[in-house]
Design a protein around this ligand. Sequence first.
Ligand code: AMP
Ligand code: TRP
Length: 331
Amino acid sequence: MKKRIFSGIKPTGDLHLGNYLGAIKNWIALQDEYDCVYSIVDLHAMTTEYKSNELRENVFKIACNYLACGLDPQKSILMVQSSVKYHTELCWILNCLTPLSWLERVPTFKEKSQTQDENINMGLLDYAVLMTADIILYKAEAVPVGEDQLPHIELAREILRRFNSRFGDTFPEIKGIVGKGARVKGLDGTDKMGKSLDNCLYLYEDYDMLWSKISKAVTDTARIKKTDPGNPNVCNIYSLHLLFSSTKDLELIITGCKNAEIGCIQCKKLLATNISEELEPIRTKYYEFLNRPDFVNEILFEGNKKANLFAADVMDEVYKKIGIDHGFFKK
Ligand code: AMP
Ligand code: TRP
């Protein structure tokens, strides 16, 4: 039997290279080795300010993106978190096992409490518990994510251990899987690439759009003129080359930059070309899926159905173990 994977992305906007390199690229690579459940976590998206029609639209767009990147519904389950009601049921059960102090210490909660201090809602505090429910509801053992999610996974491990020690072995241990693009920096060269910051390259962008942003991106700040030798190790453009360029291109850049044989413009043009080449087929398929809503909705419908069936069995087991199986309600 294959081990199970669960992962998800919030439908809060268009997907960027951080999402692709930190999560989705890994998801696709793991589809044969694991039984995978990949989700659009719309309930998590509600923790920040949103508009109903945009949320609805974003769920569909993210589904198209997953499929365009290579999520294969024959191999993996593609589902929408809110369509399996057990996520919130299990979240409540786990809430009653989770000390408040654990949640107040979560780095993303502390960060969000500062960046959206006008809206520090209970959902934000409970974010990691719902995420724990997402993962263990499918008895997943591995969670491919970017580095920023590792504290959440650590907390999930603590919560599921509490459940197991209180009610008996139910959920397997989980581990995070982070790949080569665990923390992709934005074009500012300092912050993590993120939807809320103006520092992203998006999956739908073509060469011209990519070039207009990359041409302005920060490089090795000590290299002022083309004739100055540069240091690829401190240059964010080089770190992106590491994720998109061939060994031959990398060698050319390292020697060319260190010996001032190639300038930043040439180096950036090569990067824009290489990113655009990798994204081109994804972009094309993305627009194809956007134009086939019935086809995509059918895939979601099937995925949600499979996820519901699996989760229902796990919840039966959970309810028995916690002592809520009176059967007082009959349809
Ligand atoms: P989010 O957009 O916050 O729902 O993130 C979805 C997934 O993308 C998570 O696994 C994140 O860890 C990952 N991710 C987001 N931004 C980055 C980034 N800049 N570098 C690497 N992974 C990222
Ligand atoms: N918190 C994740 C993020 O912001 C999204 C997420 C929700 C998730 N539930 C999950 C990721 C379960 C992995 C597993 O990126």
